[in-house]
Design a binder for this molecule. Sequence first.
Ligand SMILES: NC(=O)C1=CN([C@@H]2O[C@H](COP(=O)(O)OP(=O)(O)OC[C@H]3O[C@@H](n4cnc5c(N)ncnc54)[C@H](OP(=O)(O)O)[C@@H]3O)[C@@H](O)[C@H]2O)C=CC1
Ligand SMILES: C[C@H]1O[C@H](OP(=O)(O)OP(=O)(O)OC[C@H]2O[C@@H](n3cnc4c(=O)[nH]c(N)nc43)[C@H](O)[C@@H]2O)[C@@H](O)[C@@H](O)C1=O
Length: 325
Amino acid sequence: MGAAGGLAESGSVTAPAPLLPPAARIFVAGHRGLVGSALTRRLTAEGYQVLTRTRAELDLRDAEATGAYLRESRPDAVVLAAARVGGIMANARHPVPFLEDNLRIQLSVIAGAHAADVDRLLFLGSSCIYPKHAAQPITEDALLTGALEPTNEPYALAKIAGITQVRGYRKQFGRRYICAMPTNLYGPGDNFDPETSHVLPALIRRFHEARAAGAPEVVLWGSGTPRREFLHSDDLARACLLLLRRYDGDSPVNVGCGEDLTIAELAAEVAAATGYTGRVGWDTTRPDGTPRKLLDVSRLTALGFAPAVPLARGIRDTYAWWLDH
Ligand SMILES: NC(=O)C1=CN([C@@H]2O[C@H](COP(=O)(O)OP(=O)(O)OC[C@H]3O[C@@H](n4cnc5c(N)ncnc54)[C@H](OP(=O)(O)O)[C@@H]3O)[C@@H](O)[C@H]2O)C=CC1
Ligand SMILES: C[C@H]1O[C@H](OP(=O)(O)OP(=O)(O)OC[C@H]2O[C@@H](n3cnc4c(=O)[nH]c(N)nc43)[C@H](O)[C@@H]2O)[C@@H](O)[C@@H](O)C1=O
């Protein structure tokens, strides 16, 4: 089981297997999504062989089919970037699939990887696993120290179960499975649906459409005062690869850029990128969600990570991608 170092037959001590062998075969679950597509680009560019299955080919909620796929394909590593994902309203309106789909996907993929003797796995959680009123910036130790934000509690509880599952396989079976907790992400391939998306793509679309229509006002959700931290998906992909190569610990590792801004400040950035010059209004019947969500990224920084995509450039590039698609 696994590939831990040990005593060879000659009596000499063998070196532990590398955390990620060069040219490893890596199954990226969710390769068509925002994160999975960025990871696929990065891993391919770095010489890894990326294995993929579309949802039509393999529904990851199906434990039997997922287990069979993993046993047949025997990847060296798995990255679990498939999930039911959405913005604040999608979460608030659909508690059942945000809980159940994510639990089922995690059970299928993580247990299936273990049964197929996959040595290495990276599970992607989210910064929403931390308490609504956690001290800022949020350290990994804040997990399970307080009540969650109600709009995304089902999703957060599923992710917390995933962390517990990964830790269980580490403790009980010695698996080299790890967890990353990313902040709010954005980039090419994001969901731009006005009702179900996250705030950044939603704002790109709202401001673009208002400018095209000559509308005098764009109305955004909530009060504009919540603070969020945004990381480009290409930076997230670099962080994931770093963790796969260098990290094998029990604690989740936060992944962010270390800086946040208010939603009103984000709106000003997106308005500038899209050329919108009208008014911005706020619909306070829509939820604000967590007041602030800034991650402490010192563990990741200590491993050598620094983000490469500044927010203004990332917004411009994501806007250009959306216009092209
Ligand atoms: N986006 C964000 O701001 C953040 C995301 N994360 C985490 O990162 C990970 C990736 O998120 P992101 O890329 O944004 O999400 P996306 O919605 O962009 O992508 C999710 C992917 O999962 C696939 N998928 C979902 N359900 C199934 C299923 N039942 N069977 C097979 N495939 C399935 C989707 O397939 P299909 O293309 O067919 O729909 C899609 O490719 C998730 O774990 C998420 O929780 C964490 C923090 C923030
Ligand atoms: C990644 C993270 O994403 C979600 O949590 P969230 O950070 O609250 O997500 P959000 O991006 O949807 O909103 C951020 C803020 O922005 C405000 N806002 C203004 N105008 C729009 C708007 O037009 N759309 C959206 N979506 N939000 C808007 C909105 O009211 C809120 O104050 C969870 O799914 C959670 O589970 C999770 O993991």
